[in-house]
Design a protein around this ligand. Structure first.
Ligand code: ATP
Ligand code: MG
Length: 388
């Protein structure tokens, strides 16, 4: 059967002169995600991509993977039909027969964008509705809440029939929006934060702070697993694993206990910024949201921000934990995130962390240790993993 996949890329259309680049990037990303599933041709027409399989292409798996490509808004599998009323009538009854047998009510939604075609949309709805009704006498028409809607699209480039459309993740193709470094813990929040920024077309590098031996090899594996889930959406990216132990120990040994958390947050930011300078990142991304914990009060967030010059993107800043959890489930990271692990942030944590740190106090404490030197030393031991 001559089935194909049709992709609608929505927002990308709005991008005027850059449109070409956006679409080409989207095609490149789709090609990367569908690699290994067999050969197919891609052509573009009127804000849509047509993926036409050649022999042996795994259309089912391709449809699953397409649902994760940023920049894909809607997609569906369809059949290309000869442009004649007879062929359309025949194929509508044949192509959907399995689905129609399983349904009780249906609706036809014909759209004629090719005005050369002799039959108008409404006329097509009537003819095809009658055909389907005759071929499947158990079916009733229901224009409001049908079990199944059959779309018949008469376009210049061809006639396509399909049923349900599926929603992609939306957003913009990764690679069209610059690059950012996402601070990735093993928690629930940061993977979602990275996902949300990547969905805006931003290529990400992930950075994880590891405090071996205080944190286990298992917690690192967990972060790698989260990174792999993200990579299904973004395509391959780099995960940097930063040895954070010495910095944390220096904070614990030389600085006031109640400042430990905020100092650690600032050191993470400074380290991330140095790394970002090496890999052309234009921003940092974290999973903080106001008031969630002591280090995420307004005061703490601004003291954290003051550690760096790069913009820090916090896409979860106004979200409730419940919302975050729902969203994390939706993108598929939640189940991994809730596996028990020790995070370096929960180590050495004081009983009463400051919730309203003052920048000058914090900066004074930082003078007690050569943190810059420690960061540079740690960066030399940075490990890089290619995630895909
Ligand atoms: P998450 O669920 O993302 O771990 P959280 O609610 O536990 O967030 P914090 O522990 O205060 O909050 O961390 C805030 C942010 O700092 C995280 O969202 C993440 O971006 C970054 N972060 C925390 N710990 C690490 C780490 N070990 N490695 C990299 N980034 C981290
Ligand atoms: Mg955490």
């Amino acid at each position: 059967m001559e089935e194909l996949l049709i992709v609608k890329y929505g927002e990308v259309v709005l991008k005027g002169n850059n449109r070409r680049e956006f679409v080409n990037t989207l095609i490149r990303n789709i090609r990367q995600v569908l690699a290994g599933l067999g050969r197919y041709r891609v052509h573009k027409a009127q804000a849509m991509l047509y993926l036409e399989p050649e022999e042996g292409f795994d259309l089912d798996e391709a449809a699953r993977r397409l649902g994760r490509v940023f920049g894909v808004h809607l997609f569906h599998r369809a059949k290309k039909v000869e442009k004649s009323l007879e062929a359309i009538r025949q194929d509508t009854v044949d192509y959907f027969s399995d689905d129609l047998n399983r349904s009780k009510t249906f609706k036809i939604e014909a759209r004629r964008s090719d005005k050369q075609f002799a039959h108008r949309s409404q006329e097509l709805n009537n003819i095809l509705g009658r055909d389907v009704g005759q071929a499947f006498p158990h079916l009733r028409v229901d224009v409001h809440h049908p079990d199944i809607t059959l779309y018949v699209n008469i376009r210049k480039e061809g006639v396509y029939i399909y049923r349900n459309q599926e929603r992609g993740p939306g957003g913009l193709p990764v690679g069209t929006g610059g690059r950012a470094t996402a601070l990735l813990s093993g928690g629930i929040d940061s993977p979602l934060a990275a996902w949300l920024i990547a969905r805006r077309g931003v290529a990400i590098n992930a950075l994880h702070f590891h405090s071996y031996p205080y944190t286990s090899e298992r917690s690192r594996k967990k972060v790698e697993q989260l990174a792999r889930i993200l990579a299904r959406y973004t395509g391959a990216f780099r995960l940097y694993v930063f040895p954070f132990t010495e910095i944390q120990e220096a904070i614990a040994d030389y600085c006031p206990k109640e400042q430990l958390t905020i100092l650690m947050r600032r050191m993470m930011m400074k380290s991330a910024e140095k790394l970002a300078a090496q890999n052309q990142s234009q921003a940092l991304v974290t999973g903080e949201s106001i008031g969630q914990v002591a280090s995420q009060t307004m005061e703490s967030l601004s003291v954290t921000d003051a550690a760096v010059n790069l913009p820090v993107f916090r896409p979860l800043i106004g979200m409730d934990k419940e919302e975050i959890i729902r969203y994390a489930r939706h993108i598929g990271t939640y189940e991994t995130s809730i596996q028990p692990h020790s995070d370096c942030c929960t180590l050495f944590v004081p009983k009463h962390p400051q919730t309203k740190p003052k920048l000058h106090h914090i900066e004074a404490s930082e003078k007690r240790v050569d943190f810059d030197g420690l960061i540079d030393k740690a960066l030399e031991k940075l490990e890089v993993e290619e995630v895909n």
